[in-house]
Ligand binder design. Structure first.
Ligand SMILES: Cc1ncc(C[n+]2csc(CCOP(=O)(O)OP(=O)(O)O)c2C)c(N)n1
Ligand SMILES: [Mg+2]
Length: 183
């Protein structure tokens, strides 16, 4: 499945969430669907989108927070999972787009392509709800359930290592490629 199709399938649900993304392709793809003032594209600080989301979720307990993470980013900050699990805010949804690649910087393979199991690591860290999805239908269901639910959730979405470049259209004054350059 393609990440852009996943993002499109839950885009309408994001209106009521604070949304944090990693840098690069994820940010550009989300922005290409239409920027909203509640979207924050964390630049440069690889691995720290989940920590940023954790801080926001703890400070704003009545606000649903959703983080769009990447496999390479999460692998740089595995300790973030145990901190998330320790505080387990009920209003945090952590989505990891696992394309087994550092796609935004040229597609170098990551350890999830050679056996590292992020689902297992999240469970062992103590995240109370963890799932892995491989179809857009399953993705839509688990993300909607998590947004409407009341439990810290990590969702590993196995996606193709493909960026939907041609789909990145300018939305108003916003240019997704300006975000794509800030890796
Ligand atoms: C500390 C640090 N190292 C390296 C980079 C360069 N960098 C930007 S995006 C990226 C790859 C991110 O991989 P992943 O989280 O899997 O997302 P994907 O690009 O696959 O969507 C890298 C290495 C950075 N921004 N910060
Ligand atoms: Mg990746």
């Amino acid at each position: 499945m393609l990440r852009l199709d996943c993002l499109r399938s839950i885009y309408s649900e994001l209106e009521r969430c604070l949304v944090i993304t990693i840098m690069g392709a994820v940010a550009a793809e989300l922005q290409s669907l239409g920027h909203r003032p509640n979207f924050f594209y964390l630049q440069h600080a690889m691995g720290l989108a989940s920590s940023t989301g954790l801080g926001l979720a703890l400070c704003l307990p009545d606000q649903k927070v959703i983080v769009f993470d990447g496999d390479g980013s999460l692998l740089m900050n595995l300790g973030g999972l145990s901190t998330m699990a320790r505080y387990r805010p009920k209003n945090l949804v952590h989505v990891v787009f696992d394309n087994e690649s550092l796609l935004s910087v040229g597609g170098f393979p990551t350890a999830t392509g050679t056996g590292t199991d992020l689902d297992g690591i999240a469970r062992a860290a103590g995240v109370p709800s963890v799932s892995t999805v491989r179809s857009v239908e399953s993705f839509t269901k688990v993300v909607k359930d998590a947004i409407h639910g009341n439990e810290l959730t990590t969702i590993i979405a196995k996606v193709e290592a493909k960026e939907r470049g041609p789909c990145l259209r300018k939305v108003g004054n916003w240019d997704p490629w300006s975000l794509r350059r800030w890796c």
